[in-house]
Structures are given as structure tokens and as C-alpha cells.
Design a protein around this ligand. Structure first.
Ligand SMILES: Nc1nc2c(c(=O)[nH]1)N[C@H]1C(S)=C(S)[C@@H](COP(=O)(O)OP(=O)(O)OC[C@H]3O[C@@H](n4cnc5c(N)ncnc54)[C@H](O)[C@@H]3O)O[C@H]1N2
Ligand code: MOO
Length: 467
């Protein structure tokens, strides 16, 4: 059976995606002070929040003049996605349940059946009619079997949990609450209440009842409920499609680094991470430092988002800016006051197509992923923004004078513990981390609250599913 919310009328379907998007709160902004991790045992303290919601100090160097403050960069990415989703008039899709994990419902989940759909036994035991003792039928009733014959007064039948209740039955007696005498008659060992252990048809819902609204995230439990309620497919906001372009002539895809060549760390890291952010990754292409190939790859892609890695700076083979200029792309974010990752960028290629340029340094790429790609993909996928939260930092963290720092931390009872090996070219810290702490310009004292960005595998939420 197909989801009833899948309508032929394209206009109506567009409205459904709009509706799903509208339900997604705008970025709630800076983390509230003293807000502990929503799902952790950490209690909140009451210090001022982390992040750099306050205006960044004036930067003296003009090298930095275009750079966007970190919080604003995230808001810009989210707004760009809202505009793109409107422009693209994206139509909801009918997705089989086994492929729908992590999608957002674009139609309400209305029950296609009563639940339970028939009166059923809640326990293994006997279905009874009238007061005992009862004569017990020879043949029992199992789950999934045809409707049993009606019971006469004083009659009982063996019944399994989930089996259909025979017509005229008045109660179910659990196996452990009945005994049969030498003549085979059944006696209760405790009082029998009318209707006990019978799940009446429609107890959980009636056909047509709304079970979940538009905008609900398809969690494993939602998939289970949808199946129980008769669905084979869900009507969902389509996953944003992403193409990944890995730049750099120095990159190897296997073996040990040699002769100045290094392993590509981003090709293996980005696709599963992007999927955890709600994307469908279609292609991962290694472009080298070839401006022509980059131009071709960008202009022939029909992805909602192109993610490039490397080539964002101003070196001789940094082709991202020249390519964007050549195709007349609009730079929405050209550098962010963030460390690592300050050369990250966001460009609008078409009304419904964007490009996120991640710096080549691997931790700088992570920073760009969470600063620009995460809000963009989350919004396109109509996923709700994670509730911002703060925790005290166990140790002091050096700050950049003007920029926000994103520092890998592990979350412990005593707060967020900053990790070493957090340089832009290093993945050793982030690979051991639970979250990134947002350290405001100027740094943080021990005990100071810092906003935290959870990593998808550490949230314990839907993000753990790298579908
Ligand atoms: N003159 C300046 N030079 C640089 C600046 C600057 O402001 N002025 N910024 C530095 C910062 S900060 C960063 S971050 C990088 C960003 O550079 P690009 O995005 O142009 O990246 P590349 O130059 O291509 O590579 C940088 C670095 O990362 C390595 N890399 C690249 N791709 C990968 C990959 N897939 N896996 C592993 N490692 C990768 C590459 O070999 C370089 O070592 O620019 C600074 N320079
Ligand atoms: O942005 Mo770069 O990552 O500071 O190294």
C-alpha cells in the first residue's frame, strides 16, 4: 500500500515540503546559558554561554575583511537552504520503510487501520465466556489464525498472545492463573474481571487518526509505528543530493604516504558524515589540481549541494575561487572568523544549488562541514535544529584573538575536556572526540561554559545512523 499523503497534485506536494520546512524552527541562536546536554547526565551550570554571540572585536588586518563571524555563517547557510528549498519546489517522495530512516515526514502519519485491528489476547492463557469453571475446547487459538468459533457460556479455549478473541468471549485468563481439575475443567485461581487481558480493537488508534504530524523525524520507532499502522512507504522530504569533489594532486587513495604524497583523509571521512547529516551522497570525485576538470565537474553537477575539499586558499593551484568567479557564482560566505577552517566558503551557483568549499586541512574541513554544510543540509532535509547546549570546560583553552575556535572535546562528568592534537592538519583529536567546543575569541577559563556541537556518532540520536 502506498502512503495516502502522496498526492498527484504537484502544487499540493510542494506545500507539504513547505509545511515540513515551516515546522523546522529557525536556528534557535546561541545556546542558552547553563543548558546541559539534552540527553546527558551533565547538569548545567549558570555561567555565561560559550560561542561568540557578542560582536567580534574589530580585526585590524584587511586579509580578514570579508570573513563572516562564525554564528552568522551558520545562519547564512540555513537561510540559503530555506531559499533553495522554496526555489526548487521539491516534491515529497514515497520512500520504502527500510530506506526512510532519518527522513522528515512530509505528510502526517494517519493510521490506515484500527490498532489493534481486531480484539486480541494480551496474554497466553484461555479465552473464557461467563463465570467458571469452564469446559475447555480441544483446539486452541494461535496468533495469525482464522477467526475462532464463538464461545458458549461456560466454555474456554486455549489462546496465545496476539490471537483473535473468539466472539462472545468475556475475558482472558492467564496460564498462571488457571488450573484444570481431573475432569479437565478449568478453574480460576484468582478473581476474573470482565474484559481482562483483552486488547479491544482500536485501543491504540482508529483508522484515520493522526499518529504523527508533518515534520516528524523518521526514527526507528517511527518506522515501526508506520509498519504497524499499515504503511509500506513514507511520504518524506527528499534527501538533499550531494556531490563531493576532492581536489589536490598530492593525494593517494591507498598505501603509505611517500615522496611528498599523502593519503586522502577526506574522501573516506566526508560521505558517511554527510549521510549522517541527512544527505544522499551521489558521487565522490577526485579532481586533482585541474581547473578545467573542476569547472566541468561543477557545471555538470545537478546536486543540491557540491562540497569541494582543498583549493580554497590563494595558492597557485587553489582553483575554487577562480572557478566560482568564472561561472558567476555568488559568494554568500567567503571566509569565516573560525579556527581552524577560516578559508571555508559558501556560494550560490543557482537558485537551488549551492557549493560549500571546505579547506584542505582535514580538521579545517570538519570545521567547515559543521559550520556551513550542517545547517544547509539540515534545513534542506527539514530536520529540526539540535537544541543548543553548553557545558563547563574542564581546562582553559587558548583563544584566537579575533576568531571563534572549534576545539575537539570529550564529555565527562566534570564537563568538556579539551583534547590535544587539535591542529588544522590533525584528525587525532577529533577521532577521539564526542563534540566540538565553541571557544569565543580571547579563549576560555577553566569552568567557563562553552557551546558544544555534538558529533553525529556521539549524540545517541538519529545521527548515529549513517544511512
Ligand atoms: N598564504 C596563505 N596560505 C594559507 C592560508 C592563508 O590564509 N594564507 N590559509 C591556510 C589555512 S588556515 C588553510 S586551512 C589552508 C587551506 O588551504 P586550501 O583549502 O587551499 O587547501 P590545500 O592547499 O589544497 O590543502 C591544505 C593542506 O591540506 C592537505 N589536504 C588537502 N586535501 C586533503 C585531503 N583530501 N586529505 C588530507 N589532506 C588534504 C594538503 O595536502 C595541504 O597540506 O591554507 C593555508 N594556507
Ligand atoms: O583554517 Mo586553517 O585550518 O586555520 O588551518
Amino acid at each position: 500500500m502506498t502512503t495516502p499523503g502522496t498526492r498527484a497534485d504537484a502544487e499540493a506536494e510542494d506545500l507539504d515540503v513547505e509545511e515540513a520546512l515551516a515546522l523546522v524552527k529557525e536556528n534557535p541562536g546561541p545556546a542558552r546559558s547553563g543548558s546541559g546536554h539534552p540527553g546527558s547526565a551533565h547538569s548545567a551550570s549558570s555561567r555565561a554561554r560559550g560561542g561568540d554571540g557578542s560582536p567580534a572585536p574589530h580585526h585590524p588586518a584587511d586579509s580578514h575583511h570579508r570573513a563572516t563571524p562564525w554564528p552568522e555563517a551558520r545562519t547564512t547557510a540555513e537561510r540559503a537552504a530555506r531559499a533553495a528549498a522554496r526555489a526548487a519546489r521539491r516534491t515529497p517522495v514515497a520512500v520504502p520503510l527500510d530506506a526512510a530512516l532519518g527522513l522528515t515526514l512530509a505528510a502526517p502519519l494517519a493510521a490506515l487501520t484500527d490498532l489493534p485491528s481486531f480484539d486480541s489476547s494480551a496474554m497466553d492463557g484461555w479465552a473464557l465466556a461467563g463465570p467458571g469453571p469452564w469446559t475447555v475446547r480441544d483446539e486452541g487459538v494461535l496468533a495469525g489464525h482464522a477467526e475462532p468459533a464463538p464461545l458458549g457460556d461456560g466454555e474456554a479455549v486455549r489462546i496465545a498472545t496476539g490471537a483473535r478473541i473468539p466472539p462472545e468471549a468475556t475475558a482472558v485468563l492467564r496460564t498462571e492463573h488457571g488450573r484444570t481439575d481431573e475432569r479437565g475443567r478449568l478453574h480460576p485461581t484468582r478473581e476474573v474481571v470482565h474484559g481482562q487481558d483483552i486488547r479491544p480493537r482500536g485501543q491504540e488508534c482508529r483508522s484515520g487518526d493522526q499518529l504523527l504530524p508533518v515534520g516528524t523525524l523518521a526514527t526507528p520507532a517511527v518506522l515501526g509505528l508506520a509498519a504497524a499502522a499499515g504503511y509500506d512507504t513514507l511520504t518524506a522530504v527528499p534527501r538533499p543530493r550531494v556531490d563531493v569533489l576532492v581536489l589536490g594532486d598530492e593525494l593517494l587513495t591507498e598505501g603509505l604516504p611517500h615522496d611528498g604524497l599523502i593519503r586522502d583523509a577526506l574522501g573516506p571521512m566526508l560521505p558517511p558524515w554527510l549521510r549522517a547529516l541527512g544527505a544522499e551522497v551521489r558521487a565522490v570525485r577526485r579532481i586533482g589540481d585541474d581547473a578545467k576538470a573542476l569547472h566541468r565537474a561543477v557545471t555538470t553537477s545537478d546536486a543540491d549541494l557540491i562540497v569541494t575539499t582543498g583549493g580554497t586558499a590563494a595558492g597557485p593551484v587553489d582553483h575554487v575561487h577562480p572557478t566560482l568567479r568564472r561561472i558567476g557564482a555568488e559568494l554568500l560566505v567567503d571566509g569565516v572568523k573560525a579556527r581552524p577552517g577560516h578559508p571555508m566558503l559558501l556560494a550560490r551557483l543557482k537558485d537551488d544549488q549551492h557549493l560549500v568549499g571546505l579547506p584542505g586541512n582535514p580538521l579545517a574541513a570538519v570545521s567547515g562541514l559543521l559550520t556551513l554544510a550542517e545547517p544547509l543540509l539540515r534545513t534542506l532535509a527539514a530536520r529540526p535544529a539540535p537544541e543548543p547546549y553548553t557545558l563547563p570546560l574542564r581546562d582553559a583553552v587558548h583563544g584566537h584573538p579575533y576568531d571563534t575556535r572549534l576545539v575537539p572535546v570529550v564529555l565527562r562528568e566534570e564537563g568538556a575536556v579539551p583534547l590535544h592534537y587539535n591542529g588544522p592538519a590533525m584528525l587525532r583529536g577529533i577521532a577521539a572526540a564526542d563534540a566540538l567546543a565553541v571557544v569565543p575569541p580571547g579563549g576560555a577559563r577553566p569552568g567557563q561554559e562553552a557551546e558544544l556541537l555534538d558529533l553525529p556518532w556521539a549524540t545517541g540520536g538519529i545521527g548515529v545512523c549513517f544511512t
